[in-house]
Design a binder for this molecule. Structure first.
Ligand SMILES: *[C@@H]1O[C@H](CO)[C@@H](O)[C@H](O)[C@H]1NC(C)=O
Ligand SMILES: *[C@@H]1O[C@H](CO)[C@@H](O)[C@H](O)[C@H]1NC(C)=O
Ligand SMILES: *[C@@H]1O[C@H](CO)[C@@H](O)[C@H](O)[C@H]1NC(C)=O
Length: 143
C-alpha cells in the first residue's frame, strides 16, 4: 500500500465518521395521500405519515400556513391525518415530521405533497380561466 492510498483511506473513514455524527437527527418520514392527492370537494382524503421508528409523535404542517398544525401520537410507525368533507381551502402543500420520546427535536421534514381539491361542477363547466367567476372579497370590499 502506498502512503497516498493510506491517506485517502483515512480521509474516507474520517469523513464517514463525521457523517454518522451529523445523522443523529432523525431521518425524514414519508407522506402519502390515500386514496389520492386529487380529491373532490366534500370527499375524504387521508394523509399518512410513516416514520423509521416506533412510538413516535407525528406532526402534520402546511406550507405557508404556520398556524396549521396537527399532532398525533402512535405506538406504531405510522399516523393517519384524515380530512373529511374537503373544502377548497384544504388544498395546499403539506409535510410531516416526527419525534421520539428521547429525541428533543423534530425529525427532518418529509417531502411536500400537494393536495388538490377539485370542484367537479366547475371543472366540467369552466375548464378555462375565462369563465372563473369574479369573486368579491368581503374583507376589501368595504374599504
Ligand atoms: C367521509 O367521512 C365521513 C366521516 O367518517 C363519513 O360520514 C362520510 O360518509 C365520508 N364520505 C365519503 C364520500 O366517503
Ligand atoms: C412504546 O411505548 C410503550 C409505553 O410508553 C412501551 O410499553 C412499548 O414497549 C414501546 N414500544 C416500542 C416498540 O418501543
Ligand atoms: C409560499 O411561501 C414562499 C416562500 O415564503 C413564497 O415564495 C410563495 O409564493 C408562497 N406561496 C403562496 C401560495 O403563498
Amino acid at each position: 500500500m502506498t502512503t497516498e492510498f493510506l491517506s485517502l483511506l483515512c480521509l474516507g473513514l474520517c469523513l464517514s465518521y463525521e457523517d454518522d455524527k451529523e445523522n443523529e437527527r432523525l431521518s425524514k418520514p414519508s407522506l402519502h395521500a390515500w386514496p389520492s392527492l386529487v380529491a373532490e370537494v366534500k370527499s375524504n382524503v387521508t394523509l399518512k405519515c410513516r416514520a423509521h421508528s416506533q412510538n413516535v409523535t407525528f406532526t402534520l404542517r402546511k406550507v405557508n400556513d404556520s398556524a396549521y398544525q396537527r399532532e398525533q401520537s402512535s405506538a406504531g410507525d405510522e399516523a393517519e391525518f384524515p380530512f373529511t368533507d374537503l373544502k377548497p381551502e384544504d388544498a395546499g402543500r403539506y409535510f410531516c415530521a416526527y419525534k421520539t420520546t428521547v429525541s428533543h427535536e423534530w425529525s427532518e421534514s418529509s417531502q411536500h405533497v400537494q393536495l388538490v381539491v377539485t370542484d367537479k361542477h366547475n371543472e366540467l363547466e369552466a375548464p378555462s380561466m375565462k369563465t372563473v367567476p369574479h369573486v368579491c372579497n368581503p374583507r376589501t370590499a368595504g374599504r
